[in-house]
Ligand binder design. Structure first.
Ligand code: GCB
Length: 591
């Protein structure tokens, strides 16, 4: 069994490195999973490159001066952030060198790839002392073809991870979540036949319930045959690739559609030469008609919740299947049919599990506030992240929206960058909806007007609006009027207030930080939502309290953003119940 290898370009430290970005089905071609304890050297003063740490030199005699060696070094668990694993790394923003050995037995006709699901934030990877390349961006996968470098027997793998915040990074210097560093997701050694299935895209054609569309890309660029099978749907089709190695898919299919109520997935198989890929794929249509969102041709209201990739109880980045299940089970318990994966592509297992559990998803790249849009490198960096996200998840039908950015201020550079990205996203995948979360509106009296010019390029408008928290009510909640210059659906992609679990006040007069204030604010916002005729979904901010070094209110925050409906221990605050009953009511209305 094998999987997908796709050539892409990764930008690092100003130069481009040809690299492969593998999208799906890791399990199918993993030769070895390289998770576990890795040796580490914490490079406090940035001496590692000069000292050639990557070669892991050993002293050869009693006067051989070797300062940095992984032998007898400390260890860190992979996957996992370093902040949680060692007290001295809790706030660390710098470099850590990771090392492990692995064995390999080369076989004729096979290529080998080192695949990383996610490293925070930038890294360099070395195999047997040779630099393979680098990657920038914490939340998307990347891989290197190591066929010419990997050896029979023992191999030395070294990775330099660095999580310093910079103006020209994405996200930039300031963001409202913890700057976790390290190899936070799984590492695998993959093998595929020399001639292999490089990538594929199989979904329902936009607006169709009965026609499959997509393509299969082979690694070798010549005319060959690919077999597509979906046994349960009695589909068996032989496709022929063109001179670029690509076969188009366009065929009728009788399928049970995926929906939150029935999250049906089919085993889809591809065969080409000696290569086989199996994936579990669901089929559904998602469209916009005027101000409505249609799932499988029927209007749907998105009962959403946002969450970070963090386990609050552990104060650590979520990394395991159990973590994903905990977060998603909370979302289901709240009554959701939709989650906003904030503010970046989350672990691939979260996406797969959400799809299996019947949750539609909004997935976004971490283009978050203060991005340096005037810097010409930003477009290529952001586009690289966009491409890596779409490459990874384009066959996950649970994802209905790709989002380009969060709370970026309108202006010529930002508008041009995001407009270009919207075009690129559509060119890669025209079956899903494109959005972007706004926080710039025009006010007059009790009216809030959506007029961000980027809206032209989007399918769904999304507003982050903290009425009653960051914004004062201009009128009673029931009298606030939302207007839009665009005939498009709106999602309230964020609203909320901070409350410390267990901090109480009088019911109607409670002040900020109490559960009662948060509860009343939720009731007020729901009252406002009733009067937005083009509102097709809401996504409170946020499922659970999360760590943020910028949140230092001494009594209530202490390094936590307290907008969770759940506390940092997973306890339900009063506002949880307000949202829960609203979603029950919406579910009834939608039946
Ligand atoms: C926002 C941001 C989100 C913050 C949130 C807050 O608008 O999108 O990342 O955490 O507000 O709590 O202020």
């Amino acid at each position: 069994l094998t999987g997908l290898i796709k050539k892409s370009v990764c930008f690092l430290f100003g130069f481009a490195i040809a690299m492969s970005a593998r999208a799906q089905s890791i399990a199918a071609c993993s030769e070895a999973n390289l998770d576990g304890k890795w040796n580490v050297i914490i490079d406090w003063y940035g001496s590692g490159n000069a000292a050639d740490i990557a070669s892991n030199k050993q002293a050869t005699g009693k006067d051989d001066f070797v300062e940095f060696s992984f032998d007898n070094s400390q260890t860190l668990a992979v996957p996992g952030d370093w902040n949680y694993q060692r007290d001295e790394l809790k706030y660390y923003e710098g470099t850590v060198w990771y090392q492990r050995d692995f064995d390999y037995l080369p076989r004729r006709g096979k290529r080998a790839y080192l695949h990383f699901d996610g490293v925070s934030y930038r890294c360099e990877v070395y195999l047997n002392g040779k630099l393979l390349g680098g990657h920038e961006g914490s939340f998307t996968p990347f891989q290197f073809d190591v066929s010419g470098i990997i050896k029979r027997g023992k191999n030395l793998l070294v990775l330099k991870a660095n999580n310093e915040r910079r103006e020209d990074a994405i996200p930039a210097r300031k963001f409202d979540w913890w700057n976790y560093g390290g190899i936070t997701r799984s590492v695998n050694l993959l093998t595929v036949p020399d001639e292999h299935i490089a990538d594929y895209f199989i979904q329902l054609k936009k607006g169709s319930l009965t026609d499959l569309c997509g393509w299969v890309q082979l690694s070798d660029k010549q005319y060959r045959q690919v077999r597509l099978e979906i046994p349960e749907a009695h589909i068996k089709k032989v496709l022929t690739t063109d001179s670029a190695g690509r076969a188009q898919i366009d065929l009728p299919a009788k399928l049970a559609l995926w929906s939150p109520e029935q999250p049906k997935l089919y085993a889809v198989k591809l065969y080409a030469g000696n290569d086989t890929v199996t994936d579990l794929i669901g089929f559904r249509s998602i469209e916009v008609k005027g101000t409505q969102i249609l799932l499988n041709k029927k209007p749907v209201f998105l009962r959403g919740i946002s969450f970070h990739e963090e386990m609050p109880q552990r104060a650590a980045r979520a990394y395991s299947e159990a973590d994903s299940r905990t977060l998603l089970t909370w979302a289901k318990e709240l009554g959701c049919n939709f989650v906003r994966l904030a503010h970046y592509p989350q672990n691939p297992q979260t996406v797969k599990l959400a799809e299996q559990m019947g949750l539609m998803m909004w997935e976004e790249i971490p283009v978050w506030q203060g991005i340096q849009f005037s810097n010409p490198q930003i477009l290529s960096k952001a586009n690289n992240m966009l491409h890596e996200m779409i490459e990874r998840d384009k066959n996950r039908c649970g994802i209905i929206i790709w989002s380009l950015s969060n709370e970026t201020a309108p202006g010529p550079d930002r508008n041009a960058t995001l407009t270009q990205m919207a075009k690129d996203a559509r060119a890669m995948d025209d079956t899903r909806l494109i959005s972007s979360a706004f926080d710039h509106f025009k006010y007059s009296g009790n009216q809030i007007l959506i007029d961000d010019p980027l809206s032209e390029s989007l399918d769904v408008l999304a507003a982050n609006k903290y009425m009653g928290w960051y914004a004062k009510w201009p009128a009673g909640p029931g009298n606030v009027v939302w207007k839009s210059t665009f005939n498009k659906p709106l999602i309230i992609s964020e609203f909320g207030a901070e409350a410390l679990y267990g901090n109480h006040g009088a019911k109607d007069t409670a002040s900020l930080w109490t559960e009662e204030y948060q509860e009343q604010l939720y009731k007020d916002n729901l009252a406002m939502f009733k009067n937005i005729p083009f509102l097709q979904g809401v996504c409170p901010w946020i499922l659970a309290d999360f760590r943020s070094p910028g949140r230092m209110q001494a009594q209530y925050q202490q390094g936590w953003n307290r907008k969770g409906l759940l506390s940092d221990k997973g306890f339900k605050k009063k506002a949880w119940y307000v949202m829960h009953s609203f979603y029950q009511q919406k579910q009834q209305e939608n039946k």
